[in-house]
Design a protein around this ligand. Structure first.
Ligand SMILES: Nc1ncnc2c1ncn2[C@@H]1O[C@H](COP(=O)(O)OP(=O)(O)OP(=O)(O)O)[C@@H](O)[C@H]1O
Ligand SMILES: [Mg+2]
Length: 233
C-alpha cells in the first residue's frame, strides 16, 4: 500500500507548554518501498509512525493510504483497518506473558482471513524449537522474533517498526532485519522502520531524515543486504 501525507501537523500539550512534534510534514511512500526514518531523540519519528498508522490523531493535514482517508475514519473503522492491513513491531515486544510462543502468534493469525502458516513462520524466524515456551523463558532477541512473527502472520500490506532492533545485539539484529528485508521482497510489504542507527538506513529504498518535527532530507538509496551492513558507524 502507498502512503501519502500532506501538511501533517501534530502538537502535544496545551496552553503555554506545547510541543510541535510534526510541523506540516509532506511525504509520499510508494507501495512496496522499504523506508527508514532517521533522526535524533525527540525529532518526531514515533509521532510520525503513530499518526500514519492511525494509532494517534493529528491536528491538521491529510493522510491517504491507497484509497483510505485515514484522517476521516472513526475509531471503529481505524481499528478494522489496522487489524486487516497493518503490522506493528515495537522496541518493547508486547508479548502476552501467559501464552506460549505459538499461542502469541496464533492470536495474530486469528485476526485475518488468510494468515501465513504459523508453524512455517516460526521456523522462518528460527523459533520453531521454542514454540511451547513462554516469553519469560526467552532472550530479548528471541522475544523480538516472536513479535515479528506475530506481526507478519497477518500478511500485512504495511509494517510499521519503531526501533525493532534497539534492544538486540549485532547478530540477532541483523537476523531480524534480514527477515524484514525478505518479507519486503517476497510480499512487497511496504515497510517503515525507525532507527537511531545510521548504518541500518542502508537497508532502505529511501532514507527520511527528521529534525524538530520536520523532514529535513529524503535520500534515494540502493539497498544493502542486512548481513552486509556495518553495525556501528
Ligand atoms: N504524549 C506526549 N505528550 C507530550 N509531548 C509528547 C508526547 N509524545 C511525544 N511528545 C513530544 O513530542 C516530540 C516528538 O516525540 P517523538 O516521540 O515523536 O520523538 P522520537 O523522534 O520518536 O524520539 P526517540 O528517538 O527518543 O524515540 C518530543 O519533543 C516529545 O517530548
Ligand atoms: Mg520514538
Amino acid at each position: 500500500m502507498g502512503i501519502q501525507l500532506k501538511g501533517v501537523t501534530k502538537t502535544y500539550g496545551s496552553g503555554e507548554v506545547t510541543t510541535k512534534a510534526l510541523n506540516e510534514v509532506d511525504l509520499d511512500i510508494k507501495a512496496g518501498q522499504f523506508i527508514v526514518v532517521l533522526g535524533p531523540s525527540g525529532s518526531g519519528k514515533s509521532t510520525l509512525l503513530n499518526v500514519m498508522s492511525g494509532l494517534d490523531r493529528m491536528d491538521e493535514g491529510t493522510i491517504k493510504i491507497d484509497d483510505f482517508d485515514i484522517h476521516t475514519m472513526n475509531e471503529k473503522a481505524l481499528t478494522l483497518f489496522r487489524r486487516h492491513h497493518v503490522g506493528f513491531i515495537f522496541q518493547q515486544y508486547n508479548l502476552l506473558q501467559t501464552l506460549t510462543v505459538r499461542e502469541n502468534v496464533l492470536i495474530g493469525a486469528r485476526l485475518v482471513d488468510k494468515p501465513l502458516a504459523v508453524d512455517k513462520l516460526l521456523e522462518d524466524v528460527g523459533m520453531d524449537k521454542h514454540a511451547s515456551k513462554y516469553p519469560f523463558q526467552l532472550s530479548g532477541g528471541e522475544q523480538q522474533r516472536v513479535s515479528i512473527a506475530r506481526a507478519l502472520v497477518k500478511r500485512p500490506k504495511m509494517l510499521f517498526c519503531d526501533e525493532p532492533t534497539g534492544a538486540l545485539d549485532e547478530d540477532t539484529g541483523k537476523n531480524v532485519l534480514g527477515i524484514l528485508q525478505q518479507l519486503n521482497k517476497t510480499y512487497k510489504t511496504t515497510i517503515l522502520l525507525i532507527t537511531h542507527n545510521a548504518s541500518i538506513a542502508k537497508l532502505a529504498h529511501r532514507i527520511v531524515k527528521m529534525n524538530s518535527g520536520n523532514i529535513v532530507e529524503v535520500i534515494e538509496n540502493t539497498p544493502v543486504a542486512a548481513k552486509d551492513i556495518r553495525w556501528s558507524e
